[in-house]
Write a protein that binds this ligand. Sequence first.
Ligand SMILES: C[S@@+](CC[C@H](N)C(=O)[O-])C[C@H]1O[C@@H](n2cnc3c(N)ncnc32)[C@H](O)[C@@H]1O
Length: 201
Amino acid sequence: MVDTQAGRFNEEYWDFFSKWIAPALVPNAKALDMGTGPGGWLTMMNARYPEVAVCGVELVPVMLETARLTGAEIGAKVIAADLSSEEWSTSIDETFEVGHCSMVLHELPNPFSLLKNAAKLIRPGGRLFIFDWCRHSFADYLARKDEEPPLDEDTFQHFSEHARFSPDDVTLLAERAGFREIGRHQRDVAHVMLAYQRKGG
Ligand SMILES: C[S@@+](CC[C@H](N)C(=O)[O-])C[C@H]1O[C@@H](n2cnc3c(N)ncnc32)[C@H](O)[C@@H]1O
C-alpha cells in the first residue's frame, strides 16, 4: 500500500481534490480519512494543507499501529473503528468539513454504514471524496495485469471485490446517505474519483 501510494495520490488526484474538495477547507477546517491504512494520506494532507487538522479511522491492528506513529509525527488523531458497523460515528465527538475514503468502500461488508455515518460527521455543505475501484469487465481486469493470473478462486475473488460497484452504484448509496454528487472523474477503466457535497448546506 505504501509502495503504490505515490501513483495513487498523483497530480491527477490532487487536481481533482483542488477542484472539488478543497473549496470546503475553510479556516480551522478538519478532514477525516476513513480507512487510512498506514496513514499516508494524513502526511500528504499535512504537507499540502498544514492548517487543516487531519484525523484517520482504521480497524486493522497493524495498520492502526503504523497510522498512529505517522499521526504522532504530524499531530493527527487516529481512531479505531469498524467502518462497516452500524454506529461507528458515535466514537467520534467532532464534525468535519471534509471526508475522504480511498480504496476502502469495495472492501466493506456494508458500505452504506460508512456513508451513513460519514453524513453524520461531515457538516452540511462539507465535501466527501470517494476514490475506489469500480465495475469493469473481466477482459479489462485481465488486460490490466502484467501477466495473466491463473483462473482460480483467488482471481475470481479479487475480481468480484475490485469490480464490485459502478460509479452510479456509489452515488445511489451516497445520495441515500445524504450527499449529492458534484464531481466525477474516471481515472482509468477500473478506478473512479467521486466528489460529493453533504446536503443541507
Ligand atoms: C486498500 S487499503 C487503502 C488505505 C488508504 N486509504 C490508501 O488509499 O492508501 C484499505 C484500508 O481499509 C481498511 N479497512 C478495511 N475494512 C475496514 C473496516 N471495516 N473498518 C475500518 N477500516 C477498514 C484496511 O485495514 C486498509 O487499511
